[in-house]
Design a protein around this ligand. Structure first.
Ligand SMILES: *[C@@H]1O[C@H](CO)[C@@H](O)[C@H](O)[C@H]1NC(C)=O
Ligand SMILES: *[C@@H]1O[C@H](CO)[C@@H](O)[C@H](O)[C@H]1NC(C)=O
Ligand SMILES: *[C@@H]1O[C@H](CO)[C@@H](O)[C@H](O)[C@H]1NC(C)=O
Length: 341
């Protein structure tokens, strides 16, 4: 079973030159509980669950039910398992704030503050599955799990020790978390990877175009290669000349589009006189080894055409406007002007 999943994780791109890149990454399923404690009687809690960068589950605070955001988000969990998970989450919404409020002054938690709990599991390229648990106050970790046991985080100091001591007494909650981490989560991860395979592995080709960014300095130009609409996320985009990847390629984060595809920009700061022969190369699994090459010359040519295409109608329109104004004022019936005089 584990081995069937590996092709999903390993997107091997066609080896064209030395820069050929193989993507092989672990994939995680994580559940996030975040609570904003405004004051000692007011807390806002949110739950969500994510497969890698993709949100798969939400939480309906009114009904206390899990929202399945994808057709395959249930994986092969039984109705009973889903009910149990929902009950656990509802419990977290009641018990966690009580516990935190009660110990807030002892642990020196200062309102307003943010508590985040992250639990999940990850499938490694070799097929091994690990799990993780993290508890953070104001973004810094107080508790984590290692080798299936809960521990205070060293950088959490005395506060982490104190929180750990209290948490460690909640044997039932600990048992349930343990079961979710070591049993439910791995099964859910594997089964949604399987159920969502068609969606997760869909290949959507990128579109790419070039532009120039704000000038980085005198006699320099910032070249921008935009790539959008691709899926899956792993991609290779570089400014090159001949077979040479240029030094100083800078890549933006890969950002999500609303339709689940991805977007990024790759920048190159060059001397204005050094742009000849530069092109942007895009390599992606959807392209079947046919990289997209966008040459700067073509780009500048097209900008020329765009300028021409914009300027000509603009000149014509201006001429027309002048003519119309002149013509119109000539035709103005004097009767209209009379009462004003
Ligand atoms: C707590 O915060 C909420 C939301 O900001 C506010 O409406 C409420 O009055 C506050 N309660 C107290 C006791 O300060
Ligand atoms: C994890 O636990 C197992 C069994 O209890 C032990 O053999 C192993 O050495 C532990 N690994 C780490 C990193 O502590
Ligand atoms: C659910 O899927 C997991 C992983 O694919 C598998 O190991 C398990 O046997 C499945 N369970 C059921 C009840 O089908």
């Amino acid at each position: 079973m584990l081995f069937l999943q590996i092709p999903l994780l390993a997107v091997l791109l066609a080896a064209g030159d030395n820069e050929a890149t193989a993507f092989q990454e672990e994939i995680s399923f994580k559940m996030i509980h975040s609570s904003s404690f405004y004051n000692d009687s007011w807390v806002k809690i949110r739950y969500s669950a994510w497969l890698g960068d993709l949100q798969t589950h939400g939480w309906d605070i009114n009904s206390g039910r899990i929202i399945f955001l994808r057709p395959w988000s249930k994986g092969n969990l039984s109705k009973k398992e889903i009910k149990d998970l929902e009950e656990f989450c509802r419990g977290g919404i009641i018990i966690m704030p009580q516990l935190i409020h009660r110990h807030a002054s002892e642990w020196q938690l200062k309102y307003p503050f943010e508590i985040q709990i992250l639990l999940g599991c990850e499938l490694h390229p070799g097929g091994a599955i690990g799990n993780f648990y993290r508890f953070a106050y104001q973004g810094s970790e107080l508790l984590h799990s290692q080798n299936n046991s809960l521990l205070p985080s060293p950088k959490g100091g005395i506060r982490a020790q104190d929180v750990y001591r209290v948490f460690n007494e909640y044997h039932v909650a600990k048992y349930i978390v343990q079961k979710i981490l070591s049993d439910t989560c791995p099964r859910l991860l594997l089964s949604i990877l399987d159920a969502g395979k068609a969606d997760l592995q869909r290949q959507v080709k990128p579109e790419a175009w070039l532009s120039t960014g704000t000038n980085p300095g005198p006699d320099h130009q910032m070249l921008v290669c935009h790539v959008t609409g691709f899926h899956p996320k792993p991609i290779w985009v570089k400014w090159m000349r001949g077979e040479q990847v240029q030094q100083g390629n800078q890549q933006s984060d890969i950002l999500p589009n609303a339709d689940g595809t991805w977007y990024l920009q790759v920048f190159l700061d060059v001397e204005a006189t050094e742009t000849s022969g530069l092109y942007c190369r895009v390599r992606h699994s959807s392209l079947g080894g046919q990289d997209i090459l966008l040459y700067l010359e073509h780009h500048q040519g097209s900008v020329g055409w765009i300028i021409l295409a914009v300027m000509v109608p603009l000149v014509l329109l201006t001429a027309l406007a002048f003519w119309l104004r002149k013509h119109w004022s000539h035709c103005k019936p004097p009767a209209i002007l009379l009462p004003l005089e």
